[in-house]
Design a protein around this ligand. Structure first.
Ligand SMILES: [Zn+2]
Length: 102
């Protein structure tokens, strides 16, 4: 399988990312609404916080698509396997780099 960085094949990932972003925003609004009830809900608060992080990652991925660097690891510059991107389209790094970070 050969995928070039500027390949229009990323278009499907862009659509996927936009969908996930809209989904995260909706879920975050729900979580924020839950967290804002008279009794603060720490579970809803942390869910809203982690959704905000995911939205940031999605935004970064969309910028990488626009900038033509999508599909390359932000750490080592190596290609991120398409299988990984299908599973996690906003992945910024290859498995090797990502697992050494976390
Ligand atoms: Zn890497």
């Amino acid at each position: 399988m050969s995928v070039t960085l500027s390949s229009p094949a990323w278009e499907s990932f862009r659509v996927l990312l936009e969908e996930q972003r809209a989904d995260c925003l909706r879920q975050r609004e729900l979580a924020l609404a839950e967290a804002a009830t008279s009794v603060p809900d720490p579970v809803a608060q942390s869910r809203a916080a982690s959704l905000a992080l995911t939205i940031d990652e999605i935004d970064a991925a969309l910028h990488r698509i626009a900038g033509g660097t999508y599909g390359s690891c932000v750490h080592c510059g190596g290609a991120i396997p398409v299988e990984r991107l299908k599973f996690r389209p906003f992945a910024a790094g290859c498995v090797t780099c990502q697992s050494s970070v976390r």
